[in-house]
Design a protein around this ligand. Sequence first.
Ligand code: ZN
Length: 195
Amino acid sequence: MCYPHANFVYHAATALYYIAYMFDRTDYNSPWLHILGLQVRRLSAADYRAMDERGSAASDLTAPANGSPIRFARNMVAHLLTGGLDFLKVLLPLSIFFYRFLEWWHRSDFHKKAQMTSPPPSPMPLKPHPDGLAVPEDQTLCPICKESRTNPAAAPSGYVFCYPCIFNHVSDKHTCPVTLAAAHVNGIRKLYSDS
Ligand SMILES: [Zn+2]
């Protein structure tokens, strides 16, 4: 019930702090910072000078002339550790990026397309049987009637004949005339485009 009032008071206080901060009436730009005692202000030339002095004092510590070799070694280790941390700062985002990229790659279609570029190997053709019919040199001829194929059809062995020739042969002998492999008329396939 009192939430709207509290909310209003909070926002009004924040706005007042902002306005007062803009006109330099307060050192704090938000009530929370006032409670915490934190001041937000622009760095002045004096601040930069103070930081430089502190920096040069720190680098003096690493000089071997100013301390014992043990101290020098300790400072070197500290420097190396900071260097390692800086290196990790670069390496971690890079490795995360790389990991996300791999994840995306494996989920995307690019991955499947790249795999599909290598076609599967074609199956080995059945070898003609020594006792079977010879396959004519001219691949467009029917091995049974030795004439140009009419109404081409393939036996289950893969060899192509005229449909009437192979149908009659398989109904009679139940084998492929070339390979002598077992065949059934149901296994004869009509070719709709003769290759
Ligand atoms: Zn034929």
